[in-house]
Design a protein around this ligand. Structure first.
Ligand SMILES: [Zn+2]
Length: 402
């Protein structure tokens, strides 16, 4: 108890030092070579599909931004007669093109997941989800294009200030509304019924002294066998969401470690931290987008007040998001490591966290030690190896202090 209290009261002094050697031993003990190579194959194919998707999306956007052949020129000219309506059509069109370009990779990812027993959804419902999200995405794309066009025509050099402010408001509002409006379109969310799972969540929340909001269970098993839980929403929509798979498949110690990790996010207000990071980098990104867009439109000979703005803007915005995600992911990995340390300090059971990481890696076919460039660019969480190292390190500090 003293260890837990000390860790809780002085997280800086109590920080366990990760133990990578112990983590490597855990992995050698708990995974068979066959399991490791199966997960490695699955993830290699997954990375290949991911990179191919990214390259194709950028190629499509680059084509729309730079190609000014006859048909494109005529279409932009026709749409330019009513630029605000034209911009909406172009915005929705780009969103549709990107969804269509994504379709073969989406099906490939589905096939891969089915082959490795990770995806339970049949192809029909998967395509229905794809269609639904393609249609839904067209709405904000059209709206965004309309607003961008109106601001660009009115403000020019000061476009980035107004656009940054609007994107910031959009980020806050979607964080608030996503769990209540969008997520329920794709899944069923039920308040977690009374029982051992709910009691454990409330017990840990009470011990951590955090206000969790409502606790929901989501029917994730409808799509896949992956195990997870997450915290989202802000203010009145704040909630902890647990996959039904997690309640069904995890041992009590693993379940406690998972919930304590999520409570770590609530306690440290990590959603707000993520939003703050976004709000800080958005103006920087939008200023770059404005300058690059102006330069390309000038080079293309586009009407500076016409809807040709939209594809050029879309290309640079996508690039800016991609680049800014790299430091964003670095922050996310730190936040996740901190939530893991919080989990150990709350449950006082590092072994529960080790077992959870081993179980998650097996159930989700995670690459326990992914290529470092991939991890640097896309890793939102520390690797399984690093997370086990954190838990093993915590064991050493629990032993030393007791
Ligand atoms: Zn987390």
């Amino acid at each position: 108890m003293a260890v837990i209290a000390a860790l809780l009261l002085s997280p800086d002094q109590g920080l366990p030092v990760p133990d990578p050697a112990a983590a490597a031993r855990v992995i050698a003990d708990r995974f068979t070579p066959a399991e490791l190579s199966q997960a490695g194959d699955y993830r290699s194919w997954g990375r290949l599909i991911g990179v191919a998707t990214l390259i194709t999306q950028f190629a499509a956007l680059g084509f729309l931004a730079f190609w000014r052949g006859g048909p494109m020129r005529r279409m932009l000219e026709r749409l330019g007669r009513r630029p605000l309506v034209g911009a909406q059509a172009v915005g929705a069109g780009i969103s549709l093109v990107l969804a269509l370009v994504d379709l073969p990779f989406n099906v490939a990812a589905w096939k891969l997941g089915r082959d490795y027993g990770l995806i339970s959804q049949a192809l029909g419902p998967r395509l229905f989800d794809w269609l639904l999200s393609a249609l839904i995405t067209m709405v904000p794309a059209a709206l965004g294009a309309l607003i961008a066009m109106a601001l660009w025509r009115r403000l020019r050099g000061r476009f980035w200030i107004a656009a940054s402010a609007l994107i910031a408001v959009w980020a806050v509002v979607t964080t608030w509304l996503w769990p209540v409006v969008v997520a329920p379109i794709f899944n069923d969310f039920e308040p977690l019924p009374a029982g051992p799972a709910r009691s454990e969540v409330l017990r840990l929340a009470d011990r951590a002294g955090v206000e969790v909001g409502e606790v929901y269970v989501v029917d994730a098993s409808r799509r896949s066998s992956t195990v997870n839980a997450y915290v989202n929403g802000i203010g009145s929509s704040k909630r902890v969401v647990i996959y039904d798979n997690a309640i069904r498949d995890l041992t009590p110690a693993e379940f406690s470690a998972l919930i304590a990790h999520e409570l770590g996010h609530v306690e440290a207000d990590d959603l707000r931290r993520g939003l703050t990071f976004a709000l800080l980098v958005i103006p920087l990104g939008v200023l770059f987008v404005q300058m690059a867009t102006g330069a390309v439109m000038c080079r293309n000979g586009d009407d500076p007040r016409g809807p040709a703005l939209v594809p050029v803007l879309a290309l640079w915005m996508t690039l800016a998001v991609f680049v800014l995600q790299v430091p964003g992911n670095a922050l996310s990995r730190q936040v996740e490591a901190k939530a893991d340390r919080f989990s150990v300090s709350l449950t006082g059971d590092p072994q529960g966290l080790v077992d959870l990481q081993v179980g998650l890696a097996k159930a989700n076919l995670s690459d326990v030690d992914p290529p470092s460039l991939w991890q640097f660019l896309f890793g939102t969480h520390p690797s399984t190896l690093d997370r086990i190292a954190i838990a093993e390190g915590a064991k050493v500090s629990v032993r030393n202090e007791s």
